[in-house]
Design a protein around this ligand. Structure first.
Ligand code: PHE
Length: 412
């Protein structure tokens, strides 16, 4: 196993100037929490499957939606971005936000990366669950690996308008239409309104099935390059609104490129951890990776619809330590320091001991113009009390690595 390649799931990928996956992240590939019997993410996935199986039947009572949960998280950059009409200069492609194996290959940042290939294979209705990878801030609801469930449903004009009186006279498409906030140029307004209604009804039903009638939800307009119009669904959780899914009417150009240009459809992508946190009252996203029996055994229900009454493990006390440094100076005046590089470094060394990292202070030296930042790192173990001594060791290692790897100058 050479230094000049990255090994993932038995394949070898040559490193280049884009490679930024870390060993800690690679160690998560293949864990497949969503396929581990009785893991809370598996349980949520099973409940969503069961709901779609029973609520939507095709001919002869067969399930309408097929389910896919074994697609490799290693995808091409083309699948993750280009296939979804995400422009070459789009900010979501940044090295600072994604895990690249090299310039052409990455760990998928969303399950939408598989939309085009599954549509191309002839499917009209499918669900797809998988692990996804994103570099991000560190707090109780963000973790660089999480799980999504994608849903896609396509309609021919007969299918979409069958319930409408004199529906034969309606058409999915119009030839000289314009793009407006309500619709794409190719679509008729009637088609879009029905698709949007079906999409929102499908998701509202799902959420009520999972959470019961009392859950408070709201729809928010938003933007994705691969859907229009686009929406987010937010659920009320501990007094705040929490985004649990993104969705919209699929861009017709995507369907054209997948050989389904005679159909129109909707797509959604929902976050399984977010749903599970709300449903079971799980206070911290790191718990999903816990091997602690006191956590896992609570989800071993006889039947997937049996309610789980999650007893939050009592939280052990946190310890916090600050770290301050001068940012590296660069000749061309561009910042060579990326915050997500620091978060990754903290994760690589501190692992799951780190609960939260926040920028608490920042200033510029009036004479030299150099910038200094101070971060607060909150350490907490999910299963025991940490000692100041062991945290000190980890913290000092973070200080040293920040200097050698990121070129900052410590003010420790
Ligand atoms: N892929 C989007 C995300 O991860 C969610 C999404 C899926 C939006 C499908 C629209 C349609 O944020």
């Amino acid at each position: 196993i050479g230094q000049d390649s990255v090994e993932v799931l038995g394949h070898s990928y040559p490193r280049d100037d884009f490679t930024n996956v870390t060993p800690k992240i690679l160690a998560k590939v293949g864990r497949n929490l969503h396929n581990q019997s009785h893991h809370p993410l598996w349980l949520i996935k099973e409940r969503i499957k069961a709901h779609f199986y029973s609520a939507y039947a095709a001919k002869r009572g067969n399930p309408l939606f097929s389910v896919h949960d074994n697609l490799s998280p290693v995808v091409t950059v083309e699948q993750n971005f280009d296939s979804l009409l995400i422009p070459p200069d789009h900010p979501s492609r940044k090295r600072g936000d994604n895990y690249y194996l090299n310039r052409n290959t990455m760990l998928r940042a969303h399950t939408s990366a598989h939309q085009r290939e599954l549509v191309r294979s002839g499917l009209d209705a499918f669900l797809l669950a998988g692990d996804v990878y994103r570099r991000d801030e560190i707090d109780c609801s963000h973790y660089p690996v999480f799980h999504q469930m994608e849903g896609v449903r396509l309609f021919s004009d007969i299918e979409l308008f069958s319930a409408v009186q004199n529906g034969e006279e309606l058409s999915l498409f119009e030839s000289r239409g314009r793009r407006t906030p309500q619709k794409q140029e190719a679509h008729s307004l009637e088609a879009v309104k029905l698709l949007e209604f079906d999409l929102k009804q499908t998701l509202t039903r799902l959420v009520t099935h999972l959470f019961g009638e009392d859950i408070e939800v709201r729809w928010v307009d938003c933007y994705f390059p691969f859907t229009h119009p686009s929406f987010e669904l937010e659920v009320r959780f501990q007094g705040d609104w929490m985004e649990v899914l993104g969705c919209g009417v699929m861009e017709q150009q995507l369907l054209d490129s997948a050989g389904a240009g005679d159909k129109a459809g909707w797509a959604f992508g929902l976050g399984l951890e977010r749903l599970a946190m709300v449903l079971y009252n799980i206070p911290d996203i790191r718990l999903f990776w816990s091997q602690d029996e006191r956590f896992l055994k609570q989800f071993r229900v006889q039947h997937i619809q049996q309610p789980v009454c999650f007893q939050s493990l009592s939280k052990y006390p946190p310890l916090h330590n600050d770290i301050s440094f001068w940012l590296p100076e660069s000749e061309d005046g561009r910042e060579s320091f990326i915050e997500n590089d620091f978060y990754d470094l903290v994760r690589s060394i501190g692992g799951d001991l780190v609960e939260k990292v926040s920028l608490v202070d920042e200033f510029m030296h009036p004479k030299t113009g150099r910038r200094s930042q101070c971060y607060r790192i909150v350490y907490r173990h999910m299963e025991r009390t940490l000692t100041q001594q062991e945290v000190r060791l980890v913290h000092e290692q973070i200080e040293r690595s920040a200097e050698t790897e990121l070129g900052v100058q410590g003010r420790f």
